[in-house]
Ligand binder design. Structure first.
Ligand code: ADP
Ligand code: MG
Length: 295
């Protein structure tokens, strides 16, 4: 059964587009970080604006397939903003604008004809605070497939498989009809991961997914991330450098700097294989941050 569902998953991962796609020109500003794989995202010269405020400037980064990429940096440097650019969640905030290029599997993510709803199905998101729906455990997982019009051969099998992959099945299999709110915080977060998995995504974005959890629940989620990267590309924002070091293959360090006009804006300082970034950062700002002299 597991194989069947995995095959269905890979079948559904090709079309974002309603019209033929154009491959955007992406400048590879740097060598791909050591330890990276073929890129799922190629981000070129990305600027992001909230109205007149430029929150990100000139970000160039490739994000490798079936890798955990960690985004670290001081509060307010644009990590969450950047993450939301990757599945067009920022589109939902009025007055925002993206400049530059984000290619997703070679297709322009912001190109004409791209369906943002389909983007968000393929590129799922897990938030800081677990946010299950006020529904049963079962219905939380079945909800996404239903609203996305997925018609699995068996919804029960898809729910079970998603809960198994989120390492939650054994804890909930006898109480699937109970409210999701009856679960602990850590279980609720794994339920949110199961809910994200149930719509057969390709990428899972996680914005500080452990910051509301206790240390034991945090370790479980970290172990889960390492398992999930066998099948998914994961991008995680974390303020916890030990967490980045434990779970990620590649780490990207962002900071906020003051531009020529005197405005604070987020920039990507460097990205590298996690072990290299933490042991021999190339930029002094990274060194200052990871050694605790700043941030
Ligand atoms: P981080 O996740 O690194 O803490 P954010 O991406 O949340 O940083 O924020 C980056 C900058 O963008 C901050 O200056 C923040 O105040 C601003 N910002 C974030 N969200 C919004 C928004 N919805 N409207 C306007 N400014 C925002
Ligand atoms: Mg944030």
């Amino acid at each position: 059964m597991e194989t069947a569902i995995i095959e269905m998953m890979s079948d559904s991962q090709t079309t974002l587009m309603q019209t033929p796609s154009v491959t955007p020109e992406v400048r590879d500003a740097s060598e791909p970080p050591a330890g990276n794989t073929e890129p799922v995202f190629e981000i070129g010269d990305l600027d992001f604006y909230y109205g007149p405020f430029r929150a990100l400037r000139d970000v160039n980064l490739n994000i490798g397939r079936r890798r955990v990429t960690a985004l670290i940096g001081p509060s307010g440097c644009g990590k969450s903003t950047f993450l939301r650019c990757l599945n067009r969640m920022n589109d939902l905030i009025p007055g925002t604008r993206v400049d530059g290029r984000i290619a997703y599997h070679g297709q322009d993510l912001y190109g004409p004809g791209v369906d943002p709803i389909e983007v968000r199905r393929q590129i799922g998101m897990v938030f800081q605070k677990p946010n299950p729906f006020p529904k049963s455990i079962y219905d939380n997982v079945a909800f996404g497939p239903k609203v996305n019009g997925l018609k699995p051969k068996s919804m029960d099998a898809l729910v079970e498989e998603s809960l198994r992959r989120a390492a939650l099945w054994d804890e909930v299999k006898d109480k699937l009809k109970q409210s999701a709110f009856s679960l602990s915080g850590g279980q609720q977060q794994r339920l949110c991961i199961a809910r994200a998995i149930a719509v057969r995504p390709d990428v899972i974005l996680m914005d500080e997914p452990c910051s509301a959890l206790d240390p034991i629940a945090t370790i479980r989620i970290e172990e889960l991330m390492v398992e999930l990267k066998q099948d998914y590309t994961i991008v995680i924002v974390t303020h916890n450098m030990q967490q980045a070091a434990r779970v990620s293959d590649v780490t990207a360090f962002f900071t906020a700097e003051v531009d020529d006009a005197g405005h604070r804006t987020g920039v990507l300082v460097e990205a590298d294989a996690t072990s290299a970034l933490f042991t021999s950062p190339k930029d002094q700002r990274t060194d200052d941050y990871i050694t605790g002299r700043f941030g």
